[in-house]
Unconditional design. Structure first.
Length: 89
């Protein structure tokens, strides 16, 4: 399965952005500051979602995950530098 995940985390109430970033980085490579994409097993996606639900502050944070059965169902166009390599460790 192929996923694209991005988040917008408000640090004011609950400083959870580092926890969320670390959770996602265990499963997916980062392509932008808060954007991750790549192949993931359905069982790992389920684990990741459970971790994120524990960390997210429902009233302030937003995490969006697009799921594709096959990457061939999507097209990826990059203008400028392709950061598909994990540049942010």
């Amino acid at each position: 399965m192929y996923v694209i995940l991005f988040y917008d985390i408000a640090d004011k109430e609950k400083d959870n952005s580092r926890h969320i970033r670390k959770a996602v980085e265990k499963y997916l490579p980062r392509v932008q500051y808060s954007v991750f994409e790549g192949e993931i097993r359905p069982s790992d996606l389920k684990k990741l979602k459970a971790e994120l639900k524990r960390e997210v502050h429902d009233a302030l944070d937003s995490i969006i995950i697009y799921e594709f059965d096959k990457p061939s169902y999507s097209r990826r166009d990059v203008i400028g530098i392709d950061k598909n390599e994990s540049l942010f460790s």
